[in-house]
Write a protein that binds this ligand. Structure first.
Ligand code: NCD
Length: 349
C-alpha cells in the first residue's frame, strides 16, 4: 500500500477511500456504508445465516467458538449504547474472541490529557480488532486510516460515528428486510419509507446508502422539514438512480409501502434548550395498522420513544426485536469475514 498523508487520503473521492480500506475483496476496516456492494452483502448474509444455524446446536457453538479463540477485540464506546455494544460483545464471544472495553473516556488516560489517537494506538497494541463508537463524525475514518500505518495494521469497525454513519446497523437493517422479503422476491422493487430525524439519524443515512445496491427500490423520506435527509445522501440516491420522495406527512404513504423504518428524534444534538416541537406525526399508532399492507414490515433501530406504540409489538409485522437480535448474527458474520474464517463457516457440515 502506498504511503499517503491523512490530508491526501481525506481529499480522495469516497470510492477511492473505500478501496483503501479493503484488500483482495476483504475489508481491512469498515468505516462507510458505501463499502458494501451487493456481492459482499449477499456473502455476509449467507454467513450470518450459517452462524445462526450453527448456533442452534452445542457442537455448532463449540465449532464457532474455536474459530477466533486466539484473538482479542477492544470495544471503545464513548457514546451511550445498549444493542450495538452488547451485540458486538456477543458476536465476539460467538466466535471465541475475548473482548475488553472502554465506555467512558473519563476512566482512561484521556482525562490526563492523552490524545485519542495515542489511546487508540495503545488499544491496537493489546488487541486484534478495534470496534469504535464516538460522537465525532470524521474520527473513525481518520483512525482507520492511521491504523493501517501503525504496526500490526489492526482492523477497525465503525459502530456509530456522530451524526454521520452507522454502517453495521444498516447491515442488520438490510439483513432483516431481506429475511422479511424472502418469500416475496427479495428487496428489489420494494418501496420503503424512512421516518423521523433523517438529518441527524446516522442509521437512516447509512441504510439509504445500502438500499441503492438493490434495483427498483423506491424511498419515501418522511421527516420534519427541519430534519430532512441531507443533501449528500440525496445526491448519492440520484447518482445511483434510486428514486425518492420527500414529505413531512407519512400518512398518505402508509398503505403504499412494503416496509416502514421509524427512527427517534436525535435531540441530544439540539443546541441549548431541547426543542418543544411536537413530533407525534412521525410515530406509528395502533390505529394506523389497518392502513398498512398485510405484509408491510415495521422496523426501528431502537431505542424507541413515542415512535411506535407498544401495543404494536404484538403485530406480526413488527420486526424490531428480531432486527435487534439480527445485529448479533451480522456482526459475527462481519468479524468472521474480516478475519478470513468465513470459508470455514460456510463449508462446515
Ligand atoms: C441508534 C444509534 O445509536 O444511532 N441506535 C442503535 O445503534 N441501535 C439509533 C438511535 O440512537 O436513535
Amino acid at each position: 500500500m502506498s504511503k499517503i498523508s491523512l490530508d491526501e487520503f481525506l481529499s480522495m473521492r469516497i470510492s477511492q477511500r473505500c478501496q483503501y480500506f479493503s484488500e483482495n475483496n476483504r475489508l481491512l476496516a469498515l468505516v462507510y456504508a458505501q463499502q458494501f456492494d451487493r456481492p459482499l452483502l449477499s456473502n455476509l448474509f449467507s454467513l450470518a445465516d450459517a452462524i445462526r444455524r450453527l448456533s442452534d446446536s452445542r457442537d455448532g457453538r463449540l465449532f464457532l467458538r474455536a474459530l477466533l479463540a486466539d484473538r482479542r477485540a477492544m470495544l471503545y464506546f464513548t457514546q451511550p449504547s445498549t444493542r450495538t455494544f452488547l451485540s458486538f460483545a456477543a458476536a465476539c464471544h460467538i466466535l471465541g474472541m475475548n473482548s475488553s472495553n472502554v465506555r467512558d473516556s473519563t476512566t482512561s488516560s484521556e482525562i490526563k490529557g492523552e490524545s485519542r489517537e495515542d489511546s487508540l494506538r495503545i488499544f491496537s497494541l493489546y488487541h486484534d480488532l478495534i470496534i469504535m463508537r464516538q460522537p465525532e463524525g470524521g474520527f473513525c475514518e481518520q483512525i482507520a486510516f492511521q491504523m493501517l500505518s501503525w504496526p500490526g495494521r489492526k482492523p477497525i469497525i465503525n459502530a456509530g460515528a456522530g451524526m454521520d454513519q452507522h454502517p453495521t446497523q444498516a447491515l442488520l437493517d438490510l439483513y432483516t428486510l431481506q429475511r422479511c422479503f424472502a418469500d416475496s422476491g427479495g428487496l428489489d422493487h420494494k418501496r420503503i419509507m424512512l421516518v423521523g430525524d433523517l438529518k441527524r439519524g446516522r442509521t437512516a443515512r447509512s441504510l439509504a446508502y445500502l438500499l441503492t445496491n438493490y434495483s427498483g427500490v423506491e424511498l419515501i423520506l418522511a421527516a420534519p422539514e427541519n430534519l430532512a435527509m441531507g443533501e449528500d445522501i440525496k445526491e448519492h440516491l440520484r447518482e445511483n438512480s434510486t428514486p425518492f420522495i420527500e414529505t413531512d406527512n407519512m400518512q398518505p404513504y402508509l398503505s403504499k409501502v412494503d416496509a416502514i423504518y421509524l427512527t427517534r428524534i436525535q435531540d441530544e444534538w439540539d443546541q441549548g434548550a431541547k426543542t418543544s416541537m411536537d413530533y407525534s406525526r412521525f410515530g406509528l399508532r395502533a390505529e394506523h395498522l389497518k392502513s398498512l399492507k398485510a405484509d408491510c414490515f415495521i422496523l426501528h433501530p431502537l431505542p424507541r420513544r413515542q415512535e411506535i406504540e407498544t401495543s404494536i409489538d404484538a403485530d406480526r409485522r413488527a420486526v424490531y426485536f428480531d432486527q435487534a437480535q439480527n445485529g448479533m448474527w451480522v456482526r459475527a458474520a462481519l468479524i468472521a469475514h474480516m478475519f478470513a474464517v468465513d470459508e470455514k463457516i460456510i463449508s462446515h457440515r
